[in-house]
Design a protein. Structure first.
Length: 253
């Protein structure tokens, strides 16, 4: 049986690294993407189970970067059956205390990376899928959104807005790509304990985050990765268009 191939953006750490590991454990050949920290991405790559994996670099927030990422993944893996749009940035920008110059700069960069980047990657992926001999049927696109799209991000409005837009993009493309046999879904995680998030868990903040979920713990990257891996599989086709909450019942809708 031919092994399926997956591209995970933002795969050098945290949730992305966990997703890459889970997909590799499921038998995928995985392209681990990073923007600049190729050493960290290489460490993730070397630890993946299985063989035939690849390293891809590029800035998803630029049109040329998105195209290059897809082209590099296809060149190394032969094709891409699964695209996981995990790369994203978070910018604190309270409107009352952020200068207008920083406000503008933050909005544009967050939109470029969190929304336009995934949109561009999807376009180039679909272009590839339509041209490959076996066609696009069976491909999967999984977008990593956020609980913040629903409950709001008062100190990071651009982040919350772009994640809400990413959820909407998921549903729109699930309808437009369905006739091609491509299923498009998203996950909406809550707070996840990662290296970058540890600085937010000082003092009593950790206990406050823990209390958000009735399960009484803070999510690990593997919790999100398990959901993404299932959505990437062939049996999840009928979930196309769904945005799956992965927040430990910390926010219900």
């Amino acid at each position: 049986m031919t092994r399926r191939c997956a591209l995970v953006t933002g795969g050098s750490r945290g949730i992305g690294a966990a997703i890459a590991t889970e997909l590799a454990a499921d038998g995928h050949r995985v392209a681990v993407h990073c923007r600049a920290d190729s050493a960290a991405a290489k460490a993730v790559l070397d630890a993946l189970p299985g063989t035939g994996h690849a390293l891809v670099t590029g800035d998803v927030g630029t049109p040329g970067g998105a195209r290059g990422i897809i082209e590099s993944a296809v060149a190394q893996l032969g094709t891409v059956d699964v695209l996981v749009n995990n790369a994203g940035i978070y910018a604190e920008q309270p409107v009352a205390t952020t200068s207008y110059e920083d406000w503008q700069a933050d909005w544009r960069r967050v939109v470029d990376v969190n929304l336009l980047g995934p949109a561009d990657l999807i376009w180039h992926l679909v272009d590839h899928l339509r041209q490959r001999p076996q066609g696009p049927r069976g491909a999967r696109i999984v977008n990593v959104g956020s609980r913040g799209a629903y409950r709001g991000e008062p100190d990071a409005p651009a982040y919350g807005a772009t994640k809400a837009a990413l959820h909407s993009l998921t549903q729109s493309l699930a309808q437009s790509l369905g006739p091609l046999g491509v299923a498009v879904t998203a996950v909406a995680p809550g707070f996840v304990r990662t290296d970058l998030a540890e600085s937010m868990l000082v003092g009593d903040a950790e206990e406050q985050v823990r209390r958000q979920s009735p399960l009484g713990r803070i999510a690990a990257p593997s919790d999100v990765a398990a959901a993404v891996a299932w959505l990437s599989g062939e049996r999840a086709e009928w979930c196309s268009g769904a945005v799956i909450d992965v927040n430990g019942a910390s926010h219900l809708r």
